[in-house]
Design a protein around this ligand. Structure first.
Ligand code: AMP
Length: 385
């Protein structure tokens, strides 16, 4: 877990940070403590920071960020840390995100310990700290059993030089102007949670623990989800690679065959295309022929009116002819009948003559047949015809 504890000077964030660090076995990184150490050891950095600290002002970002960079890079901070008193302005908050981002990490929680200003002043003025173990007391509402001595280790208690009323005023003003924007920054990044820092230290810690545990659970859940996604991606890429290898091998093996097959398919396709073109042409020709035929037929169909008329005429002529023929035949028949009658008459006459001859043994010379008016007429009609 990577947690930042925020709060005005005297909010008790240092005390809670210590408890959290113990609970989760993580380093408590307090810029105030580190700067005080540096001042006490009179290191170049300490000498640089001393003036600003005693005035209740912020030490330069360059110095503070240098300290933080070095501390977070230490091995004990790899699995997480509890930051106390940092960041104190927007630049520091952004620098921390960059620093963590560069390490492939991110902040899990920004926890504000909220205390009103009156309570803050009382705490700061009455605050005493064990120089040996860092245990904190307050002469007004949590005094040590023995005046000036730590209950835990018997170490000497110290009243911080910047915990005087004048410096406290400056520190609170700096908090309002420079540190409050940091709260907004974490709110925007959905990292900010708040706990009321009033009451028993243990109760405040319990409230903090509830928040931390819930964040921890969601961090774990997120980590599991990320792991699952990473595993799925790895599995997918492995399967993909395997499939690719298989396809490449298949391609290599059946390359020639596939080429041949493709060529055959292409040729077949061409043939089919050609046949289709031929078929289309044939059907076109057929269609033309049918069209022509239909046209002819319709033309023929149109003719019957003329033909019919012609036919009618023809029929009339034929009828006429037939009538004439009939007439002629009738006449002929009449003539032939008449002829037959004449013949018969002639034959019967001849017969009579021959009979008479036979009777008189010698037949008398044949008398010329007199022509009757009827006979003459009949003969002339027959000739005419
Ligand atoms: P603290 O113990 O956190 O109240 O810090 C004590 C003093 O150290 C502050 O009043 C500042 O002068 C200085 N200090 C601590 N942390 C920072 C920081 N992050 N940036 C600048 N100055 C700091």
């Amino acid at each position: 877990m990577r947690i930042v504890l925020l709060g005005a000077p005297g909010s008790g964030k240092g005390t809670q940070a210590k408890l959290l660090a113990e609970k989760f076995k993580l380093p408590q990184i307090s810029t105030g403590d580190m700067l005080r150490e540096a001042v006490a050891e009179a290191t170049p950095l300490g000498r640089q920071a001393k003036v600003a600290m005693e005035a209740g002002q912020l030490v330069s970002d360059e110095v503070v960020l240098g300290i933080i960079h070095e501390r977070i890079a230490r091995p004990d901070a790899r699995s997480g840390f509890i930051l106390d008193g940092f960041p104190r302005n927007l630049q520091q908050a952004e620098a921390l995100d960059q620093l963590l981002g560069g390490l492939g990490l991110s902040l899990n929680l920004a926890l504000l310990v909220a205390v009103d200003v009156d309570a803050l002043i009382q705490r700061l003025v009455g605050r005493r700290t064990c120089l040996n173990c860092g245990q904190m007391y307050n002469v007004f509402y949590a005094p040590p059993h023995m005046d000036g001595r730590c209950d835990e280790c018997g170490g000497r208690l110290r009243h911080r030089s910047d915990d005087n009323e004048e410096t406290i005023g400056n520190r609170l003003r700096v908090y309002e102007t420079q540190t409050l924007p940091v709260l907004d920054y974490y709110k925007e990044h959905e990292k900010l949670r708040t706990v009321q820092g009033v009451g028993e230290i243990a109760d405040i810690f319990s409230a903090i623990m509830r928040i931390v545990e819930s964040v921890r659970a969601s961090v774990k859940k997120e980590a599991r989800r990320s792991d699952a996604i990473r595993a799925a991606i790895a599995k997918h890429s492995a399967t993909h690679k395997k499939a690719e290898k298989k396809t490449a091998a298949k391609k290599k093996a059946g390359g020639a065959a596939a080429g041949k097959k493709a060529a055959a398919k292409k040729a077949a396709g061409k043939t089919v295309k050609k046949a289709a073109v031929k078929k289309a042409a044939a059907s076109k020709v057929k269609a033309k022929a049918v069209k022509k035929k239909t046209a002819k037929k319709s033309a023929v169909k149109k003719k019957p009116a003329v033909k019919k008329a012609a036919g009618g005429k023809k029929k009339a002529v034929v009828k006429k002819k037939a009538a004439v023929k009939k007439k002629t035949v009738g006449k002929k028949k009449t003539v032939s009948k008449k002829k037959a009658v004449v013949k018969k008459k002639t034959v019967s006459k001849k017969k009579t003559v021959s009979k008479k001859k036979a009777a008189g043994k010698k037949a008398p010379a044949r008398k010329p047949v007199r022509k009757t008016a009827a006979t003459k007429k009949k003969k002339s009609t027959a000739r005419k015809r």
